[in-house]
Structure formats: C-alpha cells, structure tokens
Ligand binder design. Structure first.
Ligand code: ATP
Ligand code: MG
Length: 256
C-alpha cells in the first residue's frame, strides 16, 4: 500500500498530542523529557516510535496513554481531551479505550491464560464478544494453551497472552513499550506479525516504542524522537532504511 493510500484511508485520528511538554524536577535537576511535541496517530495505522535512550519515547507514550501527567500542551484520545478528565474518568478511559502491551507482561500468575485475556473486560463488567475473542485467540495461536497459567507458558507465549489481552476488548488504540524487547527473534517476529495483522485485517490502531529496526519495519510509519522532540518520520520503513537513518543520526549527534 502506498503512503498516499494509507493517508487517504485512515483520515480519522485515534490519538493526538499537541505541543506536549513534560518536565521532570526543578532547578538544576530539571529534565525536559518532552519539548512541545505534536504528533497524531491515525486510525488503522501502525506507528513505531524510535530514538536514542532517554529521548522521551516512554514518556510520550505514557502521557498519550493517560498513564502519566504532562506539564503543558494537550492530548486527545478520539474526541476526548485527557486534560479535562478527573482521575476516575481517566481510569475509565484507559480501561475502555486503550490496550497496553509492556515488556514485563503484567500477567496475573494465579489466573489462566484465558482469564488473563478477559480480565480487563471482567473488571469493566463487559462481556467479551465471543466471536471476536475466538478470532484473537486463534490469531495469536493460543487455542490449546488457554487453561495454562503464565508460569506454564514460555516467554513468547506469555507475550502472546498479553497481545491477546490488549486486542480482546477492541480498544481504540493499543500502546506497546518495547513489546518484543525481551523475546527471542522468532517469538518477537510472531508477536509483531500479530500486531501487523490486527492493523491490516481488523483496522486496529497500534503505537509501539522500539529500539529494533527490524521491529520498526513492521510498522506503517516510524516517528523519530531525539532530546524530547520529534526530529523526523518515515513511511513504509524497511529495516535497512531505519538502520541507515539511525546511523546518520548518531553521526550527527557526535559532531554537534
Ligand atoms: N521519573 C522521572 N524523574 C526524572 N526524570 C525522568 C523520569 N522519568 C524519565 N526521566 C527522564 O526523562 C527523559 C526521557 O525518559 P524516557 O524514559 O521517556 O526515555 P526513553 O526514550 O523511553 O529511553 P529508553 O530507550 O532508555 O527507554 C530521560 O532523560 C529520563 O532520564
Ligand atoms: Mg523507554
């Protein structure tokens, strides 16, 4: 698919940050983690966020996902302005509209795989759509592991449970912070394949932080951060293009 057709098809914005700044600490220890970042994540688009360690990737994701407060600017998820929400409303929005996949899978050890997958919906008092749930479970290849507890699953299988949990409630947007960071390359490729399929086939919106050019190549677009600012973006990335960009960027960083 061409960049133009992606842009043409996916005009609706799933999440948007405008002039978003996040400052930690005060005085001499002050750190500007995000410096007036404006970015939008369109529906049914898979975006990777890349940049050097400390460039603000996790901070950006946490602020846009309503997991962290910000110093100035604004964030919208769909039509909802996060800054206008009270804590309870924010918790509800995260629960109802956002899926999370983190490096530490955050599975509950006493629950089975299936119970972990449906937990967010159970907490919200929502009934899973059976057909959808079956499709998600089939897609991540967990049909024969549903009664297993996390400790009885491999790392890759646990991460697939976490992916299924994020997809199960059909959230408006899924955020992943290095979701394949501690998987071997084969399990990582599987998880990335599921995320890509969920975007292509199910219209899911996914935003993923990654250090890995190969992981980034599964995305429709890469946004590059440096020193708390967006410095570039790339559409239809290949691992080689991303690697080249990062090398060039490292070289610039050293000479400046
Ligand atoms: N709780 C905090 N208190 C103070 N400074 C913080 C805090 N969290 C993050 N920072 C600083 O904000 C900046 C951005 O951090 P962030 O975690 O967003 O980086 P990152 O791009 O995700 O890095 P990495 O690739 O290492 O995960 C860093 O300079 C970091 O030291
Ligand atoms: Mg990080």
């Amino acid at each position: 698919m061409t960049t133009a057709s992606i842009a043409g098809r996916a005009t609706a914005v799933a999440a948007r940050a405008t002039d978003l700044s996040k400052i930690y600490g005060q005085g001499e220890t002050q750190v500007v983690a995000l410096d007036r970042v404006s970015v939008e994540f369109r529906q049914a688009e898979f975006t990777a966020i890349m940049g050097p360690s400390g460039s603000g990737k996790s901070t950006l994701m946490h602020c846009v996902a309503g997991l962290d407060t910000f110093s100035s600017g604004s964030v919208r998820i769909g039509d909802t302005e996060l800054g206008s929400l009270k804590d309870k409303q924010l918790t509800q929005l995260r629960r109802d509209k956002i899926g999370f996949i983190f490096q530490a899978f955050n599975l509950l050890p006493t629950l089975t795989a299936l119970e972990n997958i449906t937990l967010p919906m159970d907490i919200a008092g929502r009934k899973p759509d059976k057909e959808w749930l079956d499709r998600v479970i089939g897609m991540v290849g967990l049909s024969d592991r549903l009664r297993h507890r996390p400790a009885q699953l491999s790392g890759g299988q646990q991460q697939r449970v976490a992916v299924a949990r994020a997809l199960a409630s059909r959230p408006e947007i899924i955020f992943g912070d290095e979701p394949t960071g501690n998987l071997d390359s084969r399990s990582g490729a599987e998880v990335l394949g599921f995320l890509r399929n969920s975007v292509r086939e199910m219209g899911q919106t996914v935003v993923m932080v990654t250090h890995d050019p190969v992981a980034a190549s599964y995305a429709d677009r890469v946004v590059f951060l440096a020193d708390g600012r967006i410095v570039d973006e790339m559409f239809k990335p290949t691992a080689d293009n991303v690697l080249d960009f990062m090398k060039q960027f490292d070289a610039k960083g050293r000479t400046s």
